[in-house]
Every structure is written in structure tokens, then in C-alpha cells.
Write a protein that binds this ligand. Structure first.
Ligand SMILES: [Fe+2]
Length: 492
């Protein structure tokens, strides 16, 4: 709205007439007799409009308008002239005037021109406001889309927190932003690494003062679980304290905090809504993270109990067969080292370790005297022994392992060229876990010996692996195993 109007004319008579017209219509007015005075007054006090003559002593009204608009682009100008033929409408409007009026003019004419400029101003204002609103909405939606995308990807909480901080700062024009989240495992707030939160205030004491207030409000929000928005005016140190702190909650449980401060403008209700929406999304991420933490914790416990059970089973079984006592444990150890060396995912490492611990469990179906026989085995005895992968599979197939343990046990005597047993599978038809187990089994067995043959030691095992790297054993698995045995000097 136009409230204050500056009238510029070197003819006192005109100044008075215009002043009377405008004052009677409720405008606050001041007058200037020369362009230089007008420019000075514009610097000293706020005006929304200038009604100015063109021809004046010193500077011309159009030149004054150009200079004024450079510094105050929001100002509206109405140019008055008694010399209509010397200045065209286009020249005046192109120079930046909202309108022009030819002397002499009636009060109604001037009022109508001001009214039109005011209407334009209102329309422009609401357009700018709508544009600003739409831009902020678009920015918020883009931020939410980016966060939602990050939440379904395997990004860390630190990365997600940094994203929330980045968007919260941008959306609210804040200078500083922090987030904290509560770890269920640690039961405390965790400040993630918030890179990009540089706050370069030259004066450390100002920084101290702002952070001190931020901490105080932070604690209040943690207790009340209600957002706080402050736009405090300057204090005795000429500091302006603007803060917006939002709790991150779910069902009234505090999950974290989002804090913003030192905005370049006052925080408004829209900022509160934006921060609230980001906090909600962040809350979902924290909840998901907590659920993952709980699940992983339970899984680790289950896996631990499961491994203990498998270990006990393995030890109990080996009492029957002292020659292979410890064989399964050593195979499990070597197999998981090979899988790690190959860069296999954690599931494969876990699968080969567990499968290794029970890979010969099928031998329970073989009479103990055959297993412990120290003379060479007869064909019939050998064929009985060859049934142990299938027997092991039959024992394990009913157990709901999260990995293909039973299948790996079934295939651990298969060979890459199809000469293995029980099914004569070849190449990649054999499970990766079984190919790893096969190499670990051979390397361990040759190093440790069997009732029916002496140990050939690690050197013999290395030779066997080199010799059959491309025929019996998977070359990648063999290379990883050789690296462990030769370069790392590991003794199975
Ligand atoms: Fe075996």
C-alpha cells in the first residue's frame, strides 16, 4: 500500500495543490523544491511514491527518477509536466515512471492514476508472494523426494542427517543447522558428523553467545517436545537471535532434534511447517534405523545361539571320529577366510562358516569302524563314505537356515570338471559356497591327514591346488586359498 508520498516541484504553488489533494485522501506527504533535496530525503526516510515535476532547476525530474530507482527500485513515480509535447509518454515510462500527468490536472485525475498504480502494486505483490510460496513448496517437495530416495538406499544415518541439515538450511535461509538422533542401542542423542555446517562469523564471542542460546532452547525442546520459534530483536550486544528448533518425535517419544538458527530473515509459520515436515521424515528414518538396529541385534543373538548349537553338534559328532576331530572347525575357518579374501558379501562368509562346521555331518550314518579304519578302504566302504553329502543334506534340509547351508553340504564333493559326487555337477552349476567349501576341505584334509593316508602337509595341499586349479577347483577360489596359504603363511 502507498502511505507516504514525496512531492517534488520547484513551483511552490503546485507543491501545495498536490499536497492538499493527497493529504485530503489520507496520504502522508512531504515536499521537496529541488531534485537534490528529494534524493537526500529519500535516503533519510521511507517513501512508497514520488510525484515529481520534470523541468526543475539543476537536475531534471527524469534524471532524478533514474538515480532514485537505482537505489530504491520499489519506488513508484508519477511524473507531472506542463510541456507534454517535449516528452513522450514512452520516454517517461521507459525511464521507470509508473505514469505521467499533464498540468493542469484535476484532483480526480491524480487520484485515479495513484489508484491504478496501487492496484498494480497489489497485483504484483500477490504475484511475487505466490511465486515465492510456489518456489518454497517446490523446494520442499524436491527435498522430501531426495530424502525419501536416500532412505531406501543403503545410506548411513550420518549421510541422511547431513541431507536433512542441507535442505533445512536452504529452505529456511538459516546460517546454522544441527540434527541429533537417539540411538536405541546407545540410548542417547548422537550428533552426526555435519559437514557443510560452516558458520563463518568473524567474532568468536558472537558465535559463543548464539550457541549458548541455541543450547538452552535445545534443552527446552527436548523436555517439552514442542517446537520453538524465536525472532528476538537485537540485544545489548546488537545480536539478533533467530532460532527454530523442532523435536523429532513418534507417538510422543523423542527420537531426535532438528535445530536451525541465524536466518537472514525472520522465521515464519511456513518455516515451522517446513521444519516439521523434514523432522517427520527424519523421524521415520530414525525409527527405521532403530528397527534395523533391533533386528540386527536379535539376528546377531540368534546367529550366536545357532553357531553354538552347530558347534556343539559338530563336536559331539567328532567324538565318533577322532581322526577328523577339529577338521570341520578348521575347514569352517579356512572357508570363511577364503570368502573374505574373495570379497564375498557377509551372507556368503556366514554361510560357508556354518556349512563348514557341519559339512561332514552325513558321516554319522556311516559305521564308526569304517570312519576310523586305518587300512585302505574297500570299494563298498568307499561308496558308503560317498553317501555322506546326501546324508548330510537329508539331516540339514529341514533346518530353516537363512543361507543355502544344506545345499552347500550336498555339493561339497562336486568338482568343476563334473568328476565329483553325488550328482556330477560342473562349473557354475555348483554353488559358490560349495566351491569354496571344496577347496577349504581339500586343503585342510591334505594338511592334516586321514586314517587311510598320511598328511602331506601344507606344501602338499598347495601343490594339489596348483595342479588342479583349472580342472577340479574353481580358479578364483583356489587363487584366494593359495594367497592365504602361501603369502599369508596360514596353516589350516
Ligand atoms: Fe566331506
Amino acid at each position: 500500500m502507498v502511505k507516504r508520498i514525496l512531492i517534488v516541484d520547484d513551483e511552490e504553488r503546485y507543491c501545495d495543490v498536490v499536497r492538499q489533494i493527497l493529504s485530503s485522501r489520507g496520504y502522508e506527504t512531504e515536499t521537496a523544491a529541488a531534485p537534490a533535496d528529494a534524493l537526500r530525503m529519500l535516503h533519510e526516510r521511507p517513501f512508497e511514491m514520488v510525484v515529481s515535476d520534470i523541468r526543475m532547476k539543476g537536475k531534471d525530474g527524469i534524471q532524478m527518477m533514474r538515480e532514485a530507482l537505482e537505489e530504491f527500485p520499489e519506488l513508484d513515480f508519477i511524473i507531472m509536466t506542463g510541456y507534454a509535447s517535449e516528452y513522450s509518454y514512452t520516454d517517461i515510462v521507459e525511464a521507470g515512471a509508473g505514469d505521467f500527468i499533464i498540468k493542469p490536472f484535476s484532483a480526480r485525475e491524480l487520484e485515479a492514476k495513484i489508484g491504478r498504480i496501487e492496484r498494480e502494486r497489489r497485483m504484483q505483490g500477490s504475484l511475487i508472494e505466490t511465486n515465492r510460496y510456489l518456489l518454497r513448496e517446490i523446494s520442499l517437495n524436491m527435498a522430501i523426494a531426495e530424502l525419501a530416495k536416500a532412505m531406501v538406499l543403503p545410506v548411513s544415518m550420518d549421510e541422511l542427517s547431513a541431507l536433512v541439515v542441507k535442505h533445512a538450511r536452504q529452505l529456511t535461509d538459516s546460517g546454522i543447522a544441527y540434527v541429533d538422533y537417539i540411538s536405541l542401542e546407545k540410548k542417547c542423542l548422537i550428533s552426526p558428523d555435519l559437514r557443510g555446517n560452516q558458520w563463518d562469523d568473524p567474532d568468536p564471542s558472537i558465535r559463543e553467545a548464539v550457541l549458548e542460546r541455541l543450547c538452552r532452547l535445545w534443552n527446552r525442546v527436548s523436555e517439552d517436545r514442542k517446537p520453538v520459534m524465536t525472532n528476538l530483536r537485537r540485544d545489548e550486544n546488537e545480536l539478533r537471535f533467530r532460532f527454530l528448533i523442532t523435536p523429532v518425535t513418534a507417538e510422543d517419544v523423542l527420537l531426535g532434534i532438528l535445530a536451525l538458527g541465524t536466518s537472514r530473515r525472520d522465521y515464519d509459520e511456513k518455516d515451522l511447517v517446513f521444519a516439521g515436515r523434514l523432522a517427520s521424515l527424519y523421524g521415520i528414518a530414525i525409527q527405521r534405523r532403530s528397527a534395523d538396529e533391533r533386528l540386527n541385534h536379535t539376528l546377531r543373538q540368534l546367529l550366536g545361539a545357532f553357531e553354538e548349537t552347530v558347534d556343539a553338534l559338530s563336536s559331539a559328532f567328532e567324538i565318533r571320529d577322532p581322526y577328523t576331530a577339529g577338521h570341520q572347525k578348521r575347514v569352517a575357518d579356512l572357508a570363511s577366510r577364503i570368502a573374505t579374501e574373495m570379497g564375498c558379501p557377509g551372507e556368503v562368509v556366514d554361510a560357508v562358516r556354518l556349512a563348514g562346521l557341519v559339512h561332514d555331518i552325513g558321516k554319522i550314518a556311516i559305521p564308526a569302524e569304517i570312519l576310523t579304519k586305518i587300512t585302505l578302504l574297500k570299494d563298498v566302504e568307499m561308496s558308503l563314505i560317498r553317501q555322506h553329502p546326501t546324508a548330510g543334506y537329508d539331516i540339514l534340509k529341514g533346518v530353516k537356515f537363512p543361507w543355502p547351508v544344506a545345499q552347500a553340504v550336498l555339493q561339497h564333493h562336486e568338482r568343476m570338471d563334473g568328476t565329483g559326487y553325488p550328482r556330477g555337477l560342473s562349473g557354475k552349476d555348483i554353488l559358490l559356497e560349495a566351491r569354496i567349501l571344496a577347496v577349504a576341505d581339500v586343503a585342510e584334509a591334505m594338511s592334516s591327514g586321514r586314517p587311510y593316508r598320511d598328511a602331506v602337509g601344507t606344501d602338499g595341499a598347495i601343490e594339489e591346488l596348483y595342479r588342479n586349479r583349472n580342472t577340479l577347483y574353481d580358479p578364483d577360489v583356489t587363487d584366494a586359498c593359495l594367497k592365504i596359504l602361501v603369502e599369508q603363511g596360514f596353516k589350516p
